[in-house]
Design a protein around this ligand. Structure first.
Ligand SMILES: [Zn+2]
Length: 379
């Protein structure tokens, strides 16, 4: 384990902690949330808005999608993924991730690797662990993620065990390739392993420990957010943390709802990514301090208040629910932009509030106050 992560403050009442992830481009304060820029862009939100207005310090992009289009040679010509997408803060790349469980992308998985369907020309391509690593080395991201095998939710214990074993074998190959390529474009590129095992505590813990022994910069937890009970996820995080060193930067992949983030943080999680906030916004589901609202409801038609009276984003400062309801109902794209901005701002600001609360040793109170208000129904 490298010393890429430092714990700054630990709560005296829970496993919550704040810290810093040191990356080649920037130090990122934790806990943090990464908006998802699968193709190099966060849907309906621009990079200057993220960097300058929201202080987002880290994004995650999908290595395989970038590899297909615009392709590695173009991105290398641009000087790497950071330069190509005009992002100078931290950048994670996931090698397959969520796409691995989508029929649209996956053809089959064997011990050699993943046979992907190219959605652009329908060809089939084998991505081995070494290839997934080389792609990320060429993109020059700050954190590369190992190729992992995530079974569909609800598979049998044997399937989860098989996928965990395969994930460990692939991770060893990723580590070897990463060392051979010496980071290629980004000499300080970190490499994280991904523990699988569904909600089976013993499989998760064994997988996490085996990955730790391989020697990654951190061991992340993948395969959540696809149908498991939330309580199972929190207890898995807690159990896995027991077998890993305290200073393992604990990245919970695919989690992005306020309540899930708060509970994961309480159990010692440090970083998150999800398309959830922007996807919800495009469906008109808006985060507010008084619970989630559905902007399409007739109730908001002549409601001349901001989306969230406690939010100080430019959308809440300048526009009313009535106007945003009108834009949403008339399918005006500008509405999707404003709603996506607010949800991304909300979750980024929540992370800031979480960090401050941990640093002031009042996280648990902050969490229960937030949850009480957020659980209000009928908005
Ligand atoms: Zn707002």
């Amino acid at each position: 384990m490298s010393n890429c992560f430092e714990i700054k403050c630990s709560s005296s009442k829970s496993l919550a902690r704040s810290g810093v992830l040191h990356t080649a481009h920037v130090d990122v304060v934790t806990p943090f949330f990464m908006p998802v820029a699968t193709k190099g862009a966060v849907k309906f939100v621009t990079h200057p808005q993220l960097q300058k207005e929201m202080n987002v310090e880290c994004l995650i992009s999908n290595a395989f999608i970038n590899y297909l289009k615009p392709g590695l040679s173009l991105i290398e010509k641009a000087g790497g993924l950071h330069k190509f997408v005009s992002w100078d803060k931290a950048l994670f790349t996931d090698s397959g991730g969520f796409q691995l469980i989508l029929d649209q992308f996956i053809h089959k998985v064997t011990d050699k690797g993943v046979y992907f369907k190219n959605p652009f020309d329908k060809s089939i391509e084998l991505v081995t662990p070494a290839k997934a690593t080389l792609i990320q080395n060429s993109l020059g991201s700050d954190v590369a993620m190992c190729l992992d095998h995530q079974p569909l939710f609800g598979k049998s214990r044997v399937d989860y065990l098989d996928s965990a074993i395969r994930t460990i074998e692939w991770a060893q190959e990723c580590k070897k390739a990463h060392e051979e390529n010496e980071g290629k474009l980004n000499k300080k590129q970190l490499l994280f392993g991904i523990a699988q095992g569904g909600v089976h505590k013993d499989i998760r813990c064994k997988c996490a420990l085996a990955l730790h022994k391989v020697g990654f910069d951190a061991v992340a937890l993948g395969g959540f957010g696809i149908g498991e009970a939330q309580v199972d996820m929190y207890s898995i995080i807690k159990e896995v943390k027991k077998v890993l060193p305290e200073n393992n930067a604990t990245y919970i992949m695919g989690i992005g709802s306020p309540i899930e983030i708060l509970n994961a943080v309480e159990n010692g999680a440090d970083m998150f990514d999800s398309a959830y906030p922007t996807r919800m916004a495009r469906h008109g589901l808006i985060f507010t301090h008084n619970g989630q609202i559905k902007i399409e409801r007739a109730f908001h038609k002549d409601f001349f208040i901001p989306l969230d009276e406690e939010c100080d984003c430019f959308v809440c400062k300048n526009y009313t629910r009535a106007y945003l309801h009108h834009l949403f109902k008339t399918h005006e794209q500008n509405g999707l932009m404003l709603l996506s901005y607010h949800n991304t701002y909300f979750i980024t600001n929540l992370m800031k509030e979480i960090r401050v609360a941990i640093n002031e040793n009042r996280f648990e109170k902050f969490k229960s106050d937030f949850e009480k208000k957020y659980s209000k129904k009928d908005n």
